[in-house]
Design a binder for this molecule. Structure first.
Ligand code: RRO
Length: 302
């Protein structure tokens, strides 16, 4: 019997495939569908204090080897989105509320509300590659990040995960700061800052000009980040970036991830991707003599 259940601190997951933030998570109905399709946990859309329209179209473009987006944090604001989380209260899988803010007080207020609405953990998004005042500006500043995590952990009893960016030079220092400040896990990576230009019009393809690149092309970047972080911290790591097949997930486990998030592959392989990837993981483990995920996590460390 092959066991692919996993734990992230106090969170127990029936399987290690989580829905990544930003895809099929705009309301309770779409998230419930991902649960029914086998996701081991759900991460919500990134939610702020107030509603935001997001950027003008085009906001998403499919490129040869991945997807380029600059959605611009569109969301209805925490009070309205809370109604969607409340509807999911009785699910059998953890619901992780993704939140973004510009300072520690706002992050703490959002996290408290996520707890009140019934989320089982929060994911601090400090890594959006194209959100002025949010995202990267927060996620590359160790002092600010430390302050934010401390302020969130104070009033909130939920596990706190922090999603980091590959677009920074000090990812290991940032990971150590996250651990020292008391966070419960690190999610690596958000999208890679990127751009594409239409040759006919000589204009950037995205209305926002630059955006975040996801999908297969970024998998080696994510694997490297997870590996580097795993050498430096003891808290669980959740790998994300280009995971499309069971073998992609296994590579992330070997790099040190305890679970993985799937985003772009929901588009490439359909919502059934969670069940299919879990089956592929089990088949690979059976064929290679592994019985539990723990035997795989960090297997590449020498
Ligand atoms: O909304 C977005 O444009 C967005 C976000 Br919040 C993020 O974290 N990463 C990304 O690629 N896009």
């Amino acid at each position: 019997m092959i066991d692919i259940s996993t734990t992230l601190g106090p969170l127990r997951l029936r399987n290690p495939t989580m829905l990544a933030s930003g895809i099929m998570d705009e309301d309770a109905g779409s998230m419930q569908r991902m649960i029914d399709c086998g996701a081991g946990a759900i991460v919500t859309k990134s939610i702020g204090i107030k509603s935001r329209e997001g950027y003008a179209n085009p906001t998403v473009i499919e490129l040869d080897h991945g997807i380029l987006n600059a959605m611009g944090l569109p969301n209805p604001g925490i009070e309205q989105y809370g109604e969607e989380i409340k509807k999911l209260k009785r699910t059998k899988v953890p619901i992780i509320g993704s939140i973004y803010a510009a300072d520690a007080d706002e992050f703490a207020s959002l996290a408290k509300k996520m707890q009140r609405f019934g989320a089982n953990a929060v994911e601090l998004n400090v890594s959006c590659p194209h959100a002025k005042h949010y995202g990267l500006e927060v996620g590359c500043d160790p002092d600010l990040l430390h302050d934010i995590i401390k302020k969130v952990k104070g009033p909130v009893s939920l596990p706190v995960l922090v999603k980091v960016s590959p677009n920074i030079m000090n990812i290991v220092e940032i990971a150590q700061t996250i651990e020292k400040a008391g966070a419960d896990g690190i999610v690596a990576i958000n999208t890679v800052k990127a751009m594409a230009i239409d040759l006919q019009t000589a204009r950037p393809l995205l209305a926002n000009k630059t955006g975040g690149y996801s999908g297969k092309a970024i998998k080696p970047i994510g694997v490297r980040c997870v590996y580097d972080i795993a050498q430096a911290v003891d808290i669980p790591i959740i790998g994300v970036g280009g995971i499309t097949t069971g073998e992609d997930a296994i590579e992330y486990f070997m790099a040190g991830a305890s679970a993985v998030q799937i985003g772009s592959a929901v588009y490439y392989r359909g919502p059934e991707v969670f069940t299919v990837v879990c089956q592929e993981i089990k088949t690979w483990m059976k064929n290679h003599g592994y019985r539990t995920l723990n035997e795989l996590i960090g297997a590449s460390f020498q």
